[in-house]
Design a protein around this ligand. Structure first.
Ligand SMILES: Nc1ncnc2c1ncn2[C@@H]1O[C@H](COP(=O)(O)OP(=O)(O)OP(=O)(O)O)[C@@H](O)[C@H]1O
Ligand SMILES: [Mg+2]
Length: 316
């Protein structure tokens, strides 16, 4: 996978750190969903983000990718502050998938991946409308790359199927293929194996390893602990919006507080907000309480279409 042409250059920070979140806080009215979270992802790393339902994992992803503007804190990628516009975040080299799958349901598998390439094609609107030679060449290149990604994710044989007709596990793979089409240096996966059977989950594990092998770092949210501990170089645990602990799989697994958090034991601190363990309804962009979220306008990697198939995806 090539380095995204628009990726910012490294300045000042550790050479190997590509994502740096400093003190990220996200409040919705009186609720603090994410509180002062610091997190880094190094180049070539696979980092896990775990925590009970409602811990703030998806909200944190939304803060990283410009869907929400954090109330406090900063996010930088390769040493440069990330934009608050999702499509510019994608262009900078950070791509993501969604907990609630967001595919273009009525487009084919191939077309969905082609949409994901839009940040990497230079051909403008007029060129596309007039279908000049430049556009046709770019279109051929894009299609070739999209087919490579469909091969890579095991979906090539479904290229002409409508996204809505894919089984659930394949829709998740298609989301990954579409995210990869923007040639990211960092891929954020929000519950990539939710709803998958054990075989599909193992295949997804291999896919994430293959993505890393091609030079893309991965930050992954998942409730499947076997998946996380098998895969991740480092795991951070969020509880009630705060980072409880971060370390290798061994360190995290051995920490009693992590087990207590999953069993629902309250954090022993002076957190002013009531614990919010209820599963969210729809947290990918729509404020549940009408609070104006920063910039929920979806870009092409976050289409406004309803999920391709009826599922909520919010709870494991
Ligand atoms: N747009 C919003 N408006 C109001 N509250 C929100 C919004 N988005 C998230 N929340 C709240 O923030 C908290 C964290 O939610 P979030 O979806 O980030 O948790 P999560 O860790 O991803 O949970 P899950 O594992 O169930 O996906 C929840 O209490 C949720 O209701
Ligand atoms: Mg979530």
């Amino acid at each position: 996978m090539t380095t995204p042409p628009n990726a910012a250059t490294t300045t000042g920070t550790d050479r190997d750190t590509i994502l740096r979140a400093d003190g990220v806080t996200m409040r919705f009215g009186g609720l603090t969903a994410v509180r002062g979270v610091d997190l880094t992802v190094g180049s070539g790393e696979i980092v896990g983000l775990i925590g009970p339902n409602g811990a703030g994992k998806t909200t944190f992803f939304n803060c990283l990718t410009g869907l929400y503007v954090p109330t406090e804190g900063t996010v930088s990628y390769r040493g440069t502050r990330l934009s608050r516009k999702p499509h510019l975040v994608t262009q900078a080299g950070v791509a993501r998938t969604f907990q609630n799958i967001r595919l273009f349901a009525n487009m084919t598998v191939l077309e969905n991946v082609l949409v994901g390439r839009h940040t990497r094609t230079k051909e403008g609107l007029w060129s596309a409308l007039l279908r000049g030679p430049g556009f046709k060449k770019a279109e051929r290149t894009s299609e070739q790359r999209a087919m490579e990604l469909l091969e890579f994710t095991g979906l090539a044989h479904k290229r002409d199927h409508l996204a809505r007709n894919l089984p659930y596990g394949e829709q998740r793979k298609l989301e990954i293929a579409r995210a990869l089409a923007s040639e990211p240096g960092l891929l954020l996966l929000d519950e990539p194996t939710a709803g998958m059977n054990p075989q599909e989950t193992r295949a997804t594990q291999d896919l994430v390893l293959a993505i890393r092998a091609q030079g893309t770092a991965v930050l992954v949210i998942e409730h499947d602990m076997r998946f996380i501990f098998n895969l991740c170089d480092r795991v951070a645990v969020l509880v009630q919006g705060q980072k409880l602990i971060e370390g290798t799989a061994d360190v995290v697994q051995a920490d009693d507080r992590v087990i207590a958090a999953y069993l629902g034991t309250p954090l022993d601190d002076d957190t002013p907000d009531a614990p919010h363990t209820a599963p969210p309804t729809d947290t990918d962009g729509t404020p549940a309480d009408g609070t104006p979220a920063a910039d929920p306008a979806p870009d092409a990697t976050a289409p406004a279409d309803p999920p391709a198939q009826g599922h909520t995806g919010d709870t494991p």
